[in-house]
Design a protein around this ligand. Sequence first.
Ligand SMILES: CC(=O)SCCNC(=O)CCNC(=O)[C@H](O)C(C)(C)COP(=O)(O)OP(=O)(O)OC[C@H]1O[C@@H](n2cnc3c(N)ncnc32)[C@H](O)[C@@H]1OP(=O)(O)O
Length: 497
Amino acid sequence: MHRIDNDLLSVQEARILVENAREAQKVLAAFPQERLDKIVRRMAEEVLKYAKELAVMSCEETGFGRWQDKFVKNVFVSDFLYKKIRDMKVVGIIGEDKVNQTMDIGVPVGVIVALPPSTNPVSTTIYKTLIAVKSGNAIIFSPHPKAKRTIGKVLDILIRAAEDSGLPSGAVGYLRTLAHDGTVALMNHPDTSLILITGVPKLVQAAYKSGKPTIYGGPGNGPAFIERSADIKKAVADIIASRTFDYGVVSASEQSIVAEECIADEVRRELKRNGAYFMSALESERLSKYFYRRDGSLNPEIVGRPAYELAQRIGITVPEDTTVLISEQKYVSPTNPYSREKLCPVLAFYVEKDWRNACEKCIELLINEGLGHTLIIHSQNEQVIREFALKKPVSRVLVNTPATLGGIGATTNLFPALTLGTGAAGGGYTSDNISPMNLVNIRKVGYGVRQLADVTNVGWVGEVLNNGNHSPAGESAHDLKELLEELVKRLRQCGNN
Ligand SMILES: CC(=O)SCCNC(=O)CCNC(=O)[C@H](O)C(C)(C)COP(=O)(O)OP(=O)(O)OC[C@H]1O[C@@H](n2cnc3c(N)ncnc32)[C@H](O)[C@@H]1OP(=O)(O)O
C-alpha cells in the first residue's frame, strides 16, 4: 500500500517538476550567454564552499569511496571544470564563417532528466547542473536513493545560488519522493528532451525505452598495458594512484594490468614496492565470490572499499597500508570477475609475450566488458602507442597517465567530465567526454551563395548519360537525350542558366 502511494506521489511530483521546468526553460532559452554565465559562476563559487562537507556527507551516506578524494573531485568540478567552460560560447551565434556564409546557432535541447550515481553523487550533480545551465537548459534530477540526502543538499545549494542570481524558478529541480515510477515518468514525459544518466545500470533500459536521446556514462573495464619501453616506476605509481583514488569507483580507472613478458617481473617487484598484495589462487577464488549478487549485478558491499578491508573480508592478513589486491590471471570470461569492472582497489594481472599479444588481450578484455570506454598504455614507443590507439574499441586512449584522472580530463587535455560517452561500441550515440556542447542542437544557417547550375556539370552528366552501355536501367539513347534536355530545362526554370 505504502509503495503504491509512494509511486503515485512520485509520478505526480514528476509531472509538476516537468511543467515548472518547461516554463522556466522557455525564459532561460531567451537568456544571452553572458546572463547564463553569471548564474553558472555563482553556483560554482557557492558550492565550492561546501566541497569538503559534501564529500564527507557523501561517504557517510553511501559508504562508497574516500572523502579526501571526493573532496578533490568536488573541487575539480567547481573550480577546474567551471574555468574550462567559463569562456565557452554555447548558445546563440556560436560560429560564423564569413567566407562561406554560414552560421552556427546553439539551441538548448530543453528539459534534461539527470540521474547521478551513488558512487560519485556530489561531483556528478554539480557537473551536470553547471553544464546544463551553461547551455540554457532546465534540468531535473532523480537522485539515487542511496545518496538522496547528499544529492538533495548539493541541489539545494546550487538552486539557492542560481535563483538568487536570476535563474527562473523550476529550471533546476529534483524529485523528492523517490520511486522507480517517478523516475520513469520523468523520462517518458513528452516535455522532457534528453536523458543524462551516469552509472545506475538498472535504469538504463528504461531510459532507452523512453525513445529520448540518452547519454549514458556506463561501465568501463580499462586494461592498462605496460610496454617494454615504459618508465616502469612511473607507470606503476600512476596505476596505484589511480586505482586507489576514491577506492576505485571511477569508471575510467584501470581494472587490469597487461604486462609485456620481458618486464613482467620488474613490474611485479615495483607493484609490491608500491604496497600491492598479490593474492594466491585460493585467495583470489575466495574474493571472487563477493563480486556479484545473485542477479549478476555488482555487489555494492565491495564497491569503493579499501584494499585492507577487502582482504579482511576473506580472512587474509595484509598490512593496513596495502594499496591494491592483485590476482594473476590468464583467461578472460564473463564469469571471471577479474576480467570485468570491479569498482574497488583490485586488479587483474596478465602477462603477454609481446605488444601484439597484449593488444589482443586488451581487446578481449574490452569485448568482455567496457566496450567503447577507456584503455591505458604506458610506453615511450610512439609507433606502438599509435597502433594501440588505432585498433582499440574504446572512446579514449590514455597514454602515460593515471586513468582515473586522465579519463575525466584532470591530467590530460580531454574535456573535464564525469560522464564519459562510450560511442556506438558502448551502445550510446556519443563517444565524447560530455560537455555543454552535447546539450545543445546546432542550428545551421546557410546563405545563398551559388546557383543550381553551378553545381551541375551538364557536359559531364551528358557524357555519362549518353554512354548507353553504362546505363543501369538500359534506357535508349533517345530517352537519355530527353533526360538531359529535361535537366537543362529544370536548371533554366530555377533561373539559373
Ligand atoms: C566517470 C564515472 O565514474 S561515471 C560512474 C559510472 N559508475 C558506474 O557505472 C557504476 C555502476 N553502478 C553500479 O554498478 C551500482 O550502482 C553499484 C554497484 C555501485 C551500487 O549498487 P546498488 O547500491 O545496488 O545501487 P543501484 O545503482 O544498483 O541501485 C539500487 C536501486 O535503486 C534504484 N535507483 C537508482 N537510481 C534511481 C533513481 N534515480 N530513481 C529510482 N530508482 C533508482 C535502482 O533501480 C535499484 O533498484 P532495484 O534494487 O529495485 O533494482
